[in-house]
Every structure is written in C-alpha cells, then in structure tokens.
Design a protein around this ligand. Structure first.
Ligand SMILES: NC(=O)c1ccc[n+]([C@@H]2O[C@H](COP(=O)([O-])OP(=O)(O)OC[C@H]3O[C@@H](n4cnc5c(N)ncnc54)[C@H](O)[C@@H]3O)[C@@H](O)[C@H]2O)c1
Length: 287
C-alpha cells in the first residue's frame, strides 16, 4: 500500500539522520510531506538535514540523541509524543564501520562498535515497542548491512554487530506481528556516505580497501533510501537493496559450503587485494 495511505499521520523518527542514508531517508519522507524527527549526535549536521527537509516540503524536528545512551531514545519518544501526539515509524539507522584481523581488534573497539551498531538498535526498540504495542500499530526499520550476511574476512566486529541486528529484527518480525507492528531489516552493500569519518581499523591497508569500497561505490544513499521506502510500502522484511547483495544472500542460503569455499580460495590466494578494483568493476559495484 502507498506510504501515505498506510500511515496517514506521516510521522517518522530516524536516528543518525545528519548524514548518508539517514539524511537521504529524511529527504525521501520530506518529498511525501512527512514530519521527520532527526535524532542525531551531531547537532550541526542535524540542522543541515532539517533545513533540507523543510526545503523539500517536510516538517523537521531535531532532537539531540546519542544512540548509545538508552535515556536518549526514551527522550526522543517523549519529545515526538509532545510535538506530534504520536509516531508511526522508527528507523534505527545510526551506525559506524570497522575492519581488522580478529586478534588485532582491541577489546575497547569491540565495545565501541557493539554499542553503536547493536545496542543502539536494542535501545531504540526498547523505547518504542511498548508505545507501538499499546496502539497496536507502528513500524520498525533496523538498518543492518549485507556484511551481516556475507561475513567477509577482516571485518569480524562489523559483521558480528550487523548479524546481531539481523537476528534480533527477525525475532521481532515474529514477536510483533501479533501486535500489528511491521518490521524490516535493511541490508545494503557499499554505497558512498560519510561512514569512513569514524571508520576504525588497526591497519592502513584495510583502511585503503574500505576507502575503495565506499569511495567508488556506484550506488547512492538516495537509491538505497528509495528502495527502503518502497519495501516498507510492500511490508517486505529483508530489504536487500543491491543486486550483488541479493546474489550473496542467495548463494549463502542455498549453497553455504560452496560459498565459504569460493571466498576462502579468493582470500587465501590474495586475489582480493591484487584484483579488487578490477573485480568490483566487473561486478559493476564501482565505476
Ligand atoms: N555506507 C555504506 O556502504 C553502508 C553499507 C551497509 C550498511 N550501512 C549502514 O547504514 C547506516 C548509516 O550509515 P551511513 O553510511 O549513512 O554513515 P554516515 O556516517 O554517513 O551516517 C551516520 C550518521 O550517524 C550519526 N551517528 C554516529 N554516532 C551516533 C550516535 N552515537 N548517536 C546518534 N547518531 C550517531 C553520525 O553523526 C551520522 O550522521 C549505518 O548503520 C551503516 O552501518 C552503510
């Protein structure tokens, strides 16, 4: 069903909407004349998004929010209820990226990324689910990543946080259906954003690889945002926004042993490093 018919009151909360996918989602909702709460830690970026939202025809509400702090998510709910008397969609989008050989990832970096990519989603869901359940209506979108499916090497901490996000969203899909609450999980592959700003890796080579992936990605955050909104309209659970991601998802699901064999050989032979850019071009992932 078309988004504005499905949610006639048109109220959405987006975490991390000061940049990248969060901002692109805010602007897509703005085109549809929604009320958009920008729950962001970076006040300057939040303000920029708010101005862009208003220009596109939406109504913006900026709320300072650190998604690693549970009370901040409670406060976001409180603020939107005061301002709009209700809310229809929560998008847990804020997140960071990292890389590193497993044994080289410092424990504090594990805590950091689990806090930002997994606990943040737990906090958002914990704050909003009681309200949605009471209304017997609402929709939760959790932004994970194809990394949570592909489990590529040297990305254990990022992969694990995103796999956890997928699993907890799968659980909610079943658990919340009885309360008429929709749930989706977004699993994009690479697209160009500011994600490298906070990227963490103990190794320069890994940073360069990540730069290649993110910096040259063909897909834009606008495309991922449009795909996400169309999927919410269709009540689609897995939102796998790019073709390469869908291929990886199918292969891992239907031929897991073959999947691990192929990626194991590719990694062992160093093919990944030597032919990375060429491979990405052939796969039409980078320009
Ligand atoms: N860019 C990609 O290629 C890609 C691929 C797959 C998944 N993702 C996921 O998409 C989501 C959005 O990432 P993006 O690429 O748009 O990155 P981005 O860095 O452009 O945007 C992330 C936003 O989150 C905000 N943020 C960071 N820490 C925060 C905190 N503690 N509290 C509140 N807000 C905080 C940042 O200020 C920023 O505005 C992330 O969850 C990321 O893992 C991105």
């Amino acid at each position: 069903m078309e988004l504005n018919r499905k949610f006639p009151e048109k109220r959405v909360v987006i975490t991390g909407a000061g940049s990248g996918l969060g901002r692109a989602l805010a602007l897509e909702f703005a085109k549809r004349k929604w009320n958009i709460a920008i729950a962001e830690i970076n006040d300057t970026r939040a303000k920029e998004t708010a101005e862009m939202v208003e220009k596109e025809g939406g109504k913006a509400l900026t709320i300072h929010c650190d998604v690693t702090t549970p009370a901040d998510l409670d406060n976001v709910l409180k603020k939107v209820l005061e301002e709009w008397q209700g809310v229809d969609i929560l998008i847990n989008n804020a997140g960071v990226a990292s890389a590193g050989w497993f044994e080289k990832i410092p424990l504090e970096k594990w805590d950091w990324i689990i806090g930002l990519n997994t606990n943040s989603i737990i906090h958002g869901c914990r704050s909003f689910i009681p309200y949605f359940k009471e209304r017997k209506a609402g929709y939760i979108v959790n932004v994970a990543s194809n990394a949570g499916i592909a489990s590529l090497p040297e990305m254990a901490s990022y992969n694990a946080t995103k796999a956890a996000a997928i699993s907890l969203t799968e659980t909610l899909r079943i658990e919340l259906a009885a309360s008429n609450i929709g749930v989706s999980v977004v699993c994009p592959t690479f697209f160009k954003t500011n994600l490298m700003d906070q990227f963490s890796s103990p190794d320069e080579r890994q940073r360069k690889l990540a730069d290649t992936f993110f910096g040259n990605a063909k897909t834009t955050s606008e495309k991922v945002a449009r795909h996400t909104i169309q999927s919410i309209e269709k009540n689609r659970f897995y939102i796998i926004t790019q073709k390469d991601g869908r291929n990886i998802w199918r292969m891992k699901r239907f031929a897991p042993e073959l999947y691990f064999k192929i990626f194991g050989i590719v990694y062992k032979t160093g093919f990944f490093d030597r032919h990375l850019v060429r491979l990405l071009k052939v796969l039409n992932i980078v320009g």
